[in-house]
Design a protein around this ligand. Structure first.
Ligand SMILES: [Mg+2]
Ligand SMILES: [Zn+2]
Length: 186
């Protein structure tokens, strides 16, 4: 199966240093939902992997978190897209869990759920921890220059990033890259 793993905050929707705590605060980035729909139409299953320490910090509860994703899926459906599943880490950094990116636990859960080898599976996010979590399980690393990634616009990436990291302006450019590459190969 064609699987792509996508970070949420700063990659699909606007991020905030104050956390995204409600459906009202969950606002898609320009073109991001359409990008997911284009990937779906090209046969890609889209799965989200997201650190959500706001849950562990008590900033919002699981039902509010689910309401954010109901909004996301509704907006996605309006443009013909969907996300297959949302894997998230609810822990705070203090809990030293195995699933908070850059730890690879969320990715391992995805691999187990789908019964797929993650080597070469594209993974995209807006920060080094997304890239590092993916690379730890053999995913192909992609960075978007939205959200936290905006800090790298017009600059070369620091050495914290694996050398093979591919950089895209936004999720739309990432989707174009995956789809175009397939077309060229075919
Ligand atoms: Mg992010
Ligand atoms: Zn965790």
């Amino acid at each position: 199966m064609k699987l792509v793993i996508i970070d949420r905050d700063g990659t699909i929707n606007h991020d905030s240093d104050d956390y995204i705590k409600s459906p009202e605060e969950w606002v898609p980035l320009p073109g991001a939902l359409e990008a997911i729909a284009r990937l779906n139409h090209a046969g890609w299953h889209v799965v989200v992997a997201s650190n959500q320490s706001g849950l562990g910090r008590g900033l919002f509860d699981v039902s509010t978190f689910n309401a954010m994703h109901a909004k996301m899926q509704k907006l996605l459906a309006a443009v013909g897209g969907r996300v297959d599943a949302i894997f998230y880490c609810p822990h705070t950094p203090d809990e030293a869990c195995h699933c908070r990116k850059p730890e690879p636990g969320l990715f391992e859960q995805i691999g187990e759920r789908y019964g797929v080898e993650l080597r070469g599976v594209p993974a995209v996010g807006d920060s080094a921890r997304d890239v590092l979590a993916g690379v730890a399980v053999g995913c192909e690393p992609h960075l978007v220059l939205t959200g936290k990634g905006a800090a790298y616009r017009g600059r070369s990436l620091p050495e914290t990033f694996p050398a093979e990291t591919r950089v895209h302006a936004d999720l739309a450019a990432f989707a174009d890259f995956l789809i175009t590459r397939e077309t060229v190969v075919a």
